[in-house]
Design a protein around this ligand. Structure first.
Ligand SMILES: Oc1ncnc2c1N=NC2
Length: 214
């Protein structure tokens, strides 16, 4: 898979080039992926998904909480394609809530919050939509859990992929951006529930990590 950033150690854009909430002043290091770029990449992923799955009936399984923005925007682009092209993709949208990070460390265990029964996936084509696949441990555990309900097919769309190439995890079928091992926030990605109200995907600063550390 080609790396989406030609130079691996891309530092991100200066914060002075964009707008972001005043209450995060000092808590961010750089704008890593501006909102507009996220949207343009998501639009192309929607076309790839439609090309592959346009003749299926699928269930979108949105992984909360971090995946809610990516999922909402991806579904909007798929809807736009379905009403403006010969192909259309009947979709149902369902949600699963995972909690796997404390501060910026994975807690390794897959913790499903709330409903664990996914029997509605039986015999269905499932597209799991997640904001970030880091080591891949969470996604591997989630795939095992989903497959136990015998879906017809399971595909994964991940906006960001970090270290899965060296980790235990499986590579998503649709990837927005491959990024180096930096802790990023924004576009619903959080650090201890903060920064979900940030438009762009940004690199958190040391001050931000300290300020919101639990
Ligand atoms: O960079 C990250 N930012 C937010 N959440 C997670 C990250 N990596 N794994 C989970």
């Amino acid at each position: 898979f080609y790396s989406s950033f030609p130079i691996y150690d891309w530092p991100g854009y200066s914060l002075d080039l964009f707008t972001y909430p005043e209450h995060y002043c000092g808590d961010l290091q750089s704008v890593y992926i501006p909102h507009g770029v996220i949207m343009d990449r998501t639009e192309r992923l929607a076309r790839n998904i439609m090309d592959d799955l346009g003749d299926h009936d699928i269930v979108i399984l949105c992984v909360l909480k971090g995946g809610y923005k990516f999922c909402a925007d991806l579904v909007e682009f798929i809807k736009a394609l379905s009403r403006n092209s010969r192909k259309s993709l009947p979709m149902r949208v369902d949600f699963i809530r995972l909690k796997s990070y404390l501060n910026d460390q994975s807690t390794a265990s897959l913790h499903i919050v709330g409903e664990e029964d996914l029997s509605f996936l039986r015999g269905k084509n499932v597209l799991i939509v997640e904001a970030i696949v880091d080591t891949g441990k969470t996604m591997k555990a989630l795939l095992k859990h989903v497959e136990a309900f015998e879906p017809k097919m399971v595909k994964v769309a991940g906006l960001l992929v970090k270290r899965v190439s060296s980790g235990v995890g499986s590579f998503p079928d649709y990837v927005g951006f491959e990024i180096p091992n930096r802790f990023v926030v924004g576009y619903a990605l959080d650090y201890n529930e903060r920064f979900r109200d940030l438009h762009h995907i940004c690199v958190i600063s040391e001050q931000g990590k300290t300020k919101y550390k639990i």
